[in-house]
Design a binder for this molecule. Sequence first.
Ligand code: SF4
Ligand code: SF4
Length: 209
Amino acid sequence: MRYIWLDDYLLKKKGVTKDLQPDWNWIRYHVGGKMFAAVCLDTDNKPYYINLKLDPVRGDYMRKMYADIIPGYYSDKTHWNSIRPDGAVPDDLLKDMLDESYRLVLENFSKKRQREILDITCCGSECSKCGCYGNICQGCNELCGKVFHAPPGKACPIYRCAVNRKHLTSCAKCEELPCVIWRDTKDPQLTDEEFETDIQNRIRNLLEN
Ligand code: SF4
Ligand code: SF4
């Protein structure tokens, strides 16, 4: 197969796991336990299709554009598509379609579950990198923002605004980012310079995911 980068590319995505389905001889890629891509292998373990999910309108268009994209083999043919692994589909286009498949499956989860899968909070913090995590704090996603540094019984102001009020997965898609609420929730232990760096790091985390 010409797409030798495929395995690395998929495993670099947040929350992705893979397994081999022995009866079908498919390498399956999952996010949050749901399959979003598969490489179908023949009896010599040679790939014969790459299966992925697309918006039905785009899938239909792609099938018309490329003879190497056909309705999903052994799958729901409205949403799934099969790509021949030695065909003419350009690498960048395949990457783009795999990205879409990943996004479509991820977006089927609740917003809370999406944040857990991405291992990131709505403000871009990575709880697992915090010394308090699993110790005095169970994590922002798990506690729905009602962490120890939030007002008693209430979610932290960023969580309240982004998740509870605006019903967003995170602040990533908010035009006000980083807003006055971000500025007002400075960790008192950080210097102004450290706080600026923290903000930039959190924005990067949000925009990369
Ligand atoms: S600052 Fe707020 S939104 Fe960010 S991790 Fe802490 S509780 Fe969650
Ligand atoms: S205004 Fe936007 S950036 Fe600020 S906390 Fe709310 S969602 Fe996040």
